[in-house]
Design a protein around this ligand. Structure first.
Ligand code: ATP
Ligand code: MG
Length: 218
C-alpha cells in the first residue's frame, strides 16, 4: 500500500525552483532514507510529504487521496494525528518542560489531560527520559532534546514519522540510540522517512533516495 505519493512535485520560492519535479512513493511500513548535499531540497521535500507545506505544482496524495482537494481541516487533522515530524532543529517549546512538550499534540487532538500526561510519561520513559519529565528544554542535553522531539512525534501514534537529520547534532552514542529508536518504531509498523547526511545510517534503511539540486537522482 502506498501511504504518501508525490507526482511531479515542484516548489518555487521567489525566482528559485527548489524542487524541480519529484515523483516518489512511500510505502506503508517501509524505512526510507533521503540523502543529498546541503541545499539539495531534502527538508523542503519532507515538509511537503508531511503536509506542512504545499507544492506550487504537482500533486500530493495521502493514502490515495489528493491533498489539494481535501478540506483544510482534514489536512490539519492528518498532519496532527497521522504524521509525526522530527524537525532538523527540534522546535520544542523552551518555556515548557519535557512532559508538556510531549502532551501538546495530544491536547490539540482533544485527549483529556490526565490521559495525555500518562501517555507522555510512558513515551518519555521508553526513550530513557524517566525522571527528567519536569525539566525545561534548556536543562537537558542535545540527545535528550532529540529523544523528546521523537516522543512528541509519537504522541498521537502516527502512521508515519518524518525525521529530518534526527542525529545531525548528536555524538555517536546518542546517534546510535536515536537510530535504534527509529528502527524499533519502524519494526512496530510505523512508516519512517529519515533525512540524513550519513551514508552509514542511510544504509540501515530499506531504501535510499538521493536528492540533487531539487531532483531525485536515485
Ligand atoms: N522559504 C525559503 N525561501 C527561500 N529559499 C528557500 C526557502 N526554503 C528553502 N530554500 C532554499 O531551497 C534550497 C533547499 O533547501 P532545503 O532546506 O530543502 O535543503 P536541505 O537539503 O534540507 O539542506 P540541509 O542539508 O542544509 O538541511 C536551499 O537553496 C534553500 O536556501
Ligand atoms: Mg535540511
Amino acid at each position: 500500500m502506498v501511504l504518501i505519493e508525490l507526482v511531479n512535485v515542484k516548489k518555487r520560492v521567489g525566482n528559485e525552483e527548489i524542487l524541480k519535479g519529484i515523483d516518489l512513493k512511500v510505502h506503508k511500513g517501509e524505512f526510507l532514507a533521503v540523502v543529498g548535499a546541503s541545499g539539495s531540497g531534502k527538508s523542503s521535500l519532507l515538509y511537503i510529504m508531511g503536509l506542512l507545506d504545499f507544492p506550487t505544482e504537482g500533486r500530493v496524495f495521502f493514502k490515495g487521496q489528493q491533498v489539494s482537494s481535501m478540506d483544510p481541516q482534514v489536512v490539519s487533522k492528518i498532519r496532527n494525528e497521522s504524521v509525526g515530524f522530527v524537525f532538523q532543529f527540534h522546535y520544542l517549546l523552551p518555556e515548557f518542560n519535557l512532559l508538556e512538550n510531549v502532551m501538546i499534540p495530544m491536547l490539540k487532538k482533544g485527549i483529556p489531560k490526565r490521559q495525555a500526561e500518562e501517555r507522555a510519561r510512558e513515551l518519555l520513559k521508553s526513550l530513557g527520559l524517566d525522571g527528567k519529565e519536569k525539566r525545561k528544554i534548556y536543562q537537558v542535553s542535545g540527545g535528550e532534546m532529540q529523544r523528546t522531539a521523537i516522543a512528541r512525534a509519537l504522541a498521537n501514534n502516527p502512521e508515519v514519522i518524518l525525521a529530518d537529520e534526527p542525529t545531525g547534532n548528536l555524538d555517536s552514542k546518542n546517534t546510535q540510540m536515536v537510530m535504534q529508536i527509529l528502527e524499533d518504531i519502524n519494526r512496530s509498523g510505523t512508516t519512517v522517512v529519515m533525512v540524513t547526511h550519513e551514508l552509514n545510517l542511510a544504509k540501515r534503511a530499506d531504501r535510499i533516495v538521493q536528492m540533487k539540486d531539487g531532483l531525485l537522482v536515485l
